[in-house]
Design a protein around this ligand. Structure first.
Ligand SMILES: [Fe+2]
Ligand SMILES: [Fe+2]
Length: 255
């Protein structure tokens, strides 16, 4: 997809959101660990995208900037829907959680590529998390919200991958190998942190920590290839984190 197609897609979804009234039911029963977990994702989705928008502005492409603004608005709509889920479960939405602070610190001061590489960690985690929330909560309303957020996240990933691939196209192989290795390390760390932080909720959704981490890394692998190319992604230096993790977590091979 080129950037005009991405922008058209974001515009179409913004129109659909504007035409829709979000249901706000009450009286849901969710396990306490799951409520705390959804609260943290709600806070994490609620960024104003300041540094991403600044980096996209510096990139100098008004079409891309327009798409990024709509992307940020879409993430904020996730925060609104998750806040509805939190209230549905009888709790109150929260503001920033420490994991967001880490993301903000990693991203601050970097260019658009670093913004997107870091943002992608959250997107990949989101793919697996919202799928688990859709399939494992046993609650129709929560499943509907999670399913619709998941559908958005599945569109965000190719949007960012296209831009990242473009961003690294002129980088020499050695630089792409180093960036791929760093990205693997960050993704592995992020998946582990989330699995520890949200372990109780994942268990309530029928997903072990080990399985969550293994699934996130399995989703991630083709993205590394998509951004950095086969040769950089296959270079030995990018492999150790996954191999080490494979030994530690012994990921299940069935889906
Ligand atoms: Fe999101
Ligand atoms: Fe997203």
């Amino acid at each position: 997809m080129d950037i005009h197609q991405h922008l058209a897609m974001f515009e179409e979804h913004a129109r659909r959101r504007a035409a829709r009234t979000e249901p706000q039911p009450l009286g849901g029963q969710l396990p306490p660990a799951l409520i705390r977990s959804v609260q943290r994702f709600q806070a994490g989705e609620d960024g104003d995208g300041t540094s991403l928008i600044a980096a996209a502005t510096r990139a100098g492409d008004p079409v891309y900037l327009a798409a990024i603004r709509l992307f940020v608005a879409e993430e904020q709509s996730h925060a609104v829907r998750l806040a509805n889920v939190v209230r549905y479960a009888g709790a109150a939405p929260i503001s920033g959680h420490w994991t967001d602070t880490v993301f903000v610190l990693v991203r601050r001061g970097g260019g658009l590529r670093l913004e997107l590489l870091t943002l992608m960690l959250a997107e990949v985690v989101a793919l697996r998390y919202y799928r688990a929330l859709r399939d494992g909560s046993g609650d129709d309303y929560v499943a509907d919200v999670a399913g619709r957020i998941l559908a958005d996240e599945e569109r965000h990933v190719p949007f960012h991958l296209d831009r990242l691939r473009q961003g690294f196209a002129g980088t020499p192989l050695a630089g792409r190998v180093a960036a791929a290795a760093g990205w693997w390390a960050l993704m592995t760390g992020a998946a582990l942190v989330v699995s520890l932080d949200h372990g109780g909720a994942l268990r309530a959704l029928g997903l072990s920590r080990r399985r969550f981490v293994a699934d996130v890394l399995r989703l991630f692998r083709p993205m590394v290839t998509a951004v950095f190319g086969q040769r950089a992604a296959a270079a030995d230096v990018s492999e150790p984190p996954l191999r080490r993790l494979g030994r530690t977590f012994r990921p299940a091979h069935h889906e």
